[in-house]
Write a protein that binds this ligand. Structure first.
Ligand code: ZN
Length: 450
């Protein structure tokens, strides 16, 4: 009897293993370059997720993966020269505001000439002002994207529609499991997958905007208004063409836990093969999630050292939007040709007792002293505007009362009441009316999350 049980168990294990194995490849492994090194904030821990994304490709048995880590934003890029043409596809676990022109041109020509590109989650936050990149990804979010970046794209009544109503791009609710619905069942990446399957807890990206050209949405998910959602069926998986190149774009994969979903892993492995070759040879694994239950791979989830301590604490909502707000202010300042200091702050309730704030130096933080001028500390001025607003609850320079010591009474800061407290943005470095424009750009982003 024991032997029989053992035999049955063995049969179960080996059939599972057979299903889980990729089809054997007769050709050489596909060379993949996985790019990381920058993110919008510590909540996108590429230091952890790159190892996962690399392992998942290697587990498919079809790929060899090389990792290239770029310098940080603002550092010297002159020695960073990945040779894109050595690879069949590039995976972007990478979210950067901008790149040197020569690097941008190299990626453009690589994809245009038939290179594959895989865009994972916040990689679609990157490069808001690089038109060719936005063509490649189809849609993106945050980093100051607005209706100027393109319409929102989502499914309505079974059809992909574009919606050019104004507003900032990029939002998500709390990380919960959600159903993913196939929209292109005949596409090689989707063939054989269930029509609906349950993705593990993840950020469900919504209100992404972009040109959306040469884009096929493979799968969507319903963005639930009960979880800060849009009520729309938002694109989750997309394929695009740019020149001769193929792009696979998944908006899923916020952290190691999300990346441990067998549904994420399967679509990512298949998407990478398709981007590299135009074909998919991989079978659907036996542990692919069903419509009603998530399927996580524990050996992947364990790659997050926090795994055994339970789910990580949620980042403060302020942190998540403050970076986006500061980058929106930077973008506006650059449009206006102004340098200076941006400050954003948030406090709960109607009376300040403590606040969260972040600051970004954009080009310069001080005006140098001269014989006739003692110079200016722009950080000090920006914070003085913010603290005046925290007391008066009016835009800075409102003159509702004379400026007190520590204030200047200068315009250039904006305050609004959010859902649970006050949102503050202040800029110093330009003319008052331009400082106000830049602060307003920051407030618009803060409003999306607070
Ligand atoms: Zn995320």
């Amino acid at each position: 009897m024991k032997r029989l049980v053992f035999a049955i168990l063995l049969a179960m294990v080996s059939s599972t293993a057979l299903f889980a194995m990729p089809a054997p490849s007769k050709s050489d492994p596909l060379a993949i370059l996985l790019l990381d090194g920058q993110s919008g904030g510590p909540y996108h821990a590429w230091q952890l997720t790159t190892a996962v994304l690399k392992k998942e490709l290697e587990d498919a048995g079809l790929f060899t993966v090389t990792v290239a880590t770029s310098p940080k934003f603002g550092e010297d890029f002159s020695a960073f020269k990945p040779d894109f043409n050595k690879y069949q596809a590039i995976v972007l676990n990478y979210d950067a505001p901008d790149w040197p022109a020569d690097l941008r041109e190299q990626l453009e020509s690589y994809v245009k000439n038939g290179g594959g590109l895989v865009v994972v989650h916040a990689a679609d936050n990157s490069f808001p002002d690089w038109p060719a990149f936005n063509q490649m990804i189809g849609i993106g979010g945050w980093r100051g994207r607005t209706e100027k970046s393109g319409p929102m794209w989502y499914f309505k009544d079974g059809k992909l529609i574009s919606d050019d109503s104004p507003g900032s791009a990029g939002s998500h609710g709390n990380r919960l499991p959600f159903q993913v619905e196939t929209r292109a069942p005949e596409h090689p990446i989707m063939k054989g997958l269930p029509h609906v399957w349950m993705h593990g807890a993840d950020e469900l990206y919504a209100t992404l905007r972009g040109p959306g050209q040469n884009m096929t949405v493979l799968a969507t998910a319903h963005s639930d208004p009960a979880n800060h959602g849009t009520g729309h069926d938002e694109p989750m998986l997309m394929v695009l063409n740019y020149g001769k190149g193929r792009i696979f774009h998944t908006t899923m994969g916020h952290d190691v836990a999300a990346l441990s979903c067998a549904g994420f892993i399967t679509t990512y492995q298949r998407g990478a093969e398709w981007a590299a070759t135009g074909h998919v040879t991989q079978k659907v694994p036996a542990d692919f999630p069903t419509a009603g239950s998530v399927s996580l791979r524990v050996e992947i989830a364990k790659m997050d050292p926090g795994f055994l301590n339970g789910p990580p604490p949620r980042p403060e909502p302020f942190d998540t939007v403050a970076y986006a707000a500061l980058f929106a202010m930077k973008k506006r300042a650059e449009e206006l040709g102004i340098g200076g200091v941006a400050v954003v702050a948030y406090f709960q309730g109607d009376k300040i007792e403590s606040w969260s704030s972040k600051m970004l130096v954009i080009g310069r933080m001080r005006d140098e002293p001269s014989d006739t001028n003692k110079g200016a500390n722009l950080i000090g001025i920006a914070y003085a505007k913010a603290v005046e607003m925290a007391d008066t609850l009016k835009d800075s320079g409102s003159q509702v009362r004379p400026p007190m010591t520590g204030e200047f009474g200068w315009k250039g800061g904006v305050i609004v009441r959010g859902k649970n407290g006050y949102l503050i943005a202040a800029f110093s470095g330009g003319k008052s009316e331009d400082d106000v424009k830049i602060s307003t750009a920051g407030i618009e982003q803060l409003k999306t999350g607070l």
